[in-house]
Design a protein around this ligand. Structure first.
Ligand SMILES: [Zn+2]
Length: 237
């Protein structure tokens, strides 16, 4: 895909550039992760000022050339602003962290679904005025599933058996009784934890926001994601 692109875009990070410009890194609905230069954004006369911002959806236009890494925005129009959680530091940190992971993982193939996922998360966080722990871990699991990093929680990753009793970061997911001994890092998990993981994977953010997940579930998600997001995990602490 190249030429004039018109697509919906959500910035996940803004980087000041020169005196009056900003580079917005983020996720676009049609081409995935992209870095866009908003030239003269901070100037009072700029026509895109206020039309593009972190955690907001804008319709942007830019020329895409294969060789250039940062594309200059031709036009931007704000569609939706999800700022309801902006006063809550933890919520902002969680949404920014998820944005960073998405920016890193999104490909052309997953662009549409991961854009919808992130917008859904922001919309619910905006409405509830916070991105709680459940929303964060739910989104994290969904992103990893979408990007093909984590398999479904319901079946053994080795043999496909439906009686899952262990989880192994090395195997990349759940295991049955028979396959668990094949991996030295297999952890036995209670059926309640499996149910919570399954819930986070399949339900929408609206339901997840009112759910309560246990510490054991959080630990499992953390150990599973560490394998794939080592650099990001370092930043969380
Ligand atoms: Zn098995």
């Amino acid at each position: 895909m190249r030429g004039l692109i018109k697509t919906r875009f959500i910035p996940t990070k803004s980087i000041p550039f020169m005196d009056s410009s900003i580079i917005f890194q983020g996720i676009s609905e049609d081409i995935g992760a992209v870095s866009l230069l908003a030239k003269g954004y901070k100037r009072p006369k700029s026509k895109i000022r206020g039309e593009i911002d972190i955690f907001s959806v804008s319709l942007v236009q830019f020329f895409l050339k294969d060789t250039r890494e940062v594309h200059t925005i031709r036009d931007a129009r704000l569609i939706a602003s999800y700022s309801g959680f902006i006063k809550d530091y933890e919520s902002v940190r969680r949404c920014a962290e998820l944005g960073k992971i998405i920016f890193k993982m999104a490909t052309l193939d997953t662009a549409k679904s991961i854009f919808a996922l992130y917008e859904g998360l922001l919309r619910v966080s905006h409405k509830k005025e916070q991105c709680n722990r459940e929303l964060y871990y739910g989104a994290l699991l969904k992103i990893l599933h979408l990007e093909g990093v984590l398999p479904r929680i319901t079946t053994c990753v080795k043999c496909g058996s439906k009686t899952v009793k262990y989880i192994s970061p090395e195997a990349g997911g759940p295991l049955c009784d028979k396959c668990a001994p094949l991996y030295s890092d297999s952890i036995k998990v209670e059926s309640g934890v499996i149910k919570e993981l399954f819930f986070l994977t399949v339900r929408d953010f609206e339901s997840i926001a009112t759910f309560k997940i246990g510490k054991k579930t959080v630990d499992i998600i953390t150990s599973l994601t560490k394998e794939h997001l080592y650099e990001d995990q370092k930043d969380i602490t």
